[in-house]
Write a protein that binds this ligand. Structure first.
Ligand code: ZN
Length: 115
């Protein structure tokens, strides 16, 4: 069994950290203090979130997307399965990179394809 609660907490912390870099006003910081649950994200993005996303660069936006996707996969029960080969992603890899969607071998293969 995967330590899902632990991984979920890590994902939410990473997500908050990314948004924190973009936060500039007190209002933004207050928004960060309130836990944004995946269910709430499903219902649509708040104005503050859209504004913060706007200040992030492409790489950071991709990271947020990967984190959101991982949180959704936890909800739907498909988390931890490699999207490349369908095998379980090793727990150690998920703990190091909770938003990983592939095992290491498939991840390396995908990176190689991008180049
Ligand atoms: Zn794989």
């Amino acid at each position: 069994m995967l330590p899902l609660e632990d991984l979920r907490a890590k994902l939410l912390a990473q997500r908050r950290e990314l948004f924190r870099q973009a936060a500039q006003t007190e209002e933004d910081l207050l928004w960060l203090e309130t836990d944004v649950e995946p269910e709430a994200m499903e219902r649509g993005r708040t104005e503050t979130m859209v504004r913060l996303l706007d200040r992030l660069d492409e790489r950071e936006k991709l990271e947020i997307e990967a984190i959101d996707l991982a949180l959704t996969r936890i909800e739907t029960g498909s988390y931890g399965r490699c999207q490349g080969c369908g095998n379980d992603i090793p727990v150690a890899r998920l703990q190091a990179l909770p938003s990983a969607t592939t095992c290491l071998a498939c991840g390396v293969a995908r990176e190689a394809l991008k180049k």
